[in-house]
Design a protein around this ligand. Sequence first.
Ligand SMILES: CC(C)(COP(=O)(O)OP(=O)(O)OC[C@H]1O[C@@H](n2cnc3c(N)ncnc32)[C@H](O)[C@@H]1OP(=O)(O)O)[C@@H](O)C(=O)NCCC(=O)NCCS
Length: 148
Amino acid sequence: MNSGPLQQVTFRSFATADRDPLLKLWRACDLTRPWNDPEDDIRQCLANSSSALLIAEQDRRLCGSVMMGCDGHRGWVYYLAVDPDCRHQGVGRALMAQAESWMRERNVPKIQAMIRSDNLAVRGFYGRLDYRDGDVQLVQKWLKDVNP
Ligand SMILES: CC(C)(COP(=O)(O)OP(=O)(O)OC[C@H]1O[C@@H](n2cnc3c(N)ncnc32)[C@H](O)[C@@H]1OP(=O)(O)O)[C@@H](O)C(=O)NCCC(=O)NCCS
């Protein structure tokens, strides 16, 4: 049985009161970019039945998150984040296990994550969880006026 710090971690759905600490967490984890509106990402996630936002808490303090979505074909994870003070205790692995369960419950056959090119070191984390590099190149097009 796990008797380490992970035992103190609980997981639950996002609640409105989580918004400010969550935005702070995402900034601390360098997951925000000027051309993305994280509050709008939260709004869209909550408004859509094919997505969900999960929070990890330790001692009633928000310490991690993962956003999950299914596009009808594949499952995606976004905003996987663990507070820098809570890393290397298994919280990231546990969040990904929760995301995988969410996908399995919806019969999603494959789970994927996009890694920014300036964050490729995180591949090591995914590798420990048996995720492998996909043989794909992402192409994209903005459908609203932004200046990345
Ligand atoms: C990636 C992140 C979520 C990992 O969280 P964490 O709670 O420290 O991860 P865990 O403790 O659950 O680690 C799970 C395994 O991955 C390994 N690991 C963790 N971070 C790693 C890294 N940066 N490189 C290589 N391996 C790593 C751990 O050693 C552990 O291995 P083991 O269980 O086989 O011994 C966290 O570092 C983070 O929030 N990073 C910034 C945000 C980010 O990059 N998100 C992903 C965007 S695609």
